[in-house]
Design a protein around this ligand. Sequence first.
Ligand code: MG
Length: 167
Amino acid sequence: MHAASIERVGVGTDIHRLEVGRILKLGGIEIEFDRGLKGHSDGDVVLHATADALLGAAGLPDIGEQFPDDDPRYKDADSRTLVSSVVALVAELGFEPSNVDVVIHAERPKLTAYKMAMRQSLAGLLALPPERVNIKAKTHEGLDAVGRGEAIACTAVVGLGRPANTS
Ligand code: MG
């Protein structure tokens, strides 16, 4: 179910503002916090960065073009649906994910306790074994918007390959 070797690499980034009264979702997992990410969809920066990395590796237009944020269909959308659509688009070109490496940039909350759940969630969406999904979390040492706790950002790198010949 996962590519044997990498043929393409893509990178994606995203940032959303933190706002009181929103549910915080990262990597498709609900995280306990007093604020959540503002966005037209659920604001899941991990899934948005991952989707853009997949599209980038496949040479396809970015998620802003594929899923316009002024389109009412994507209002409060579950970003897992968006990633699944992107995986399907990539598969149409004969590619499948080989691995994904994610860096979450967040001053708070502490994400260590959620890393395994996020890894499993992302692995499920990309049809990868969890050991091919890595989640890292970094603070910004009190610097910039992330450091001041005003936003959470994400950087993702994805490798794509051709499906392994199982015959
Ligand atoms: Mg986004």
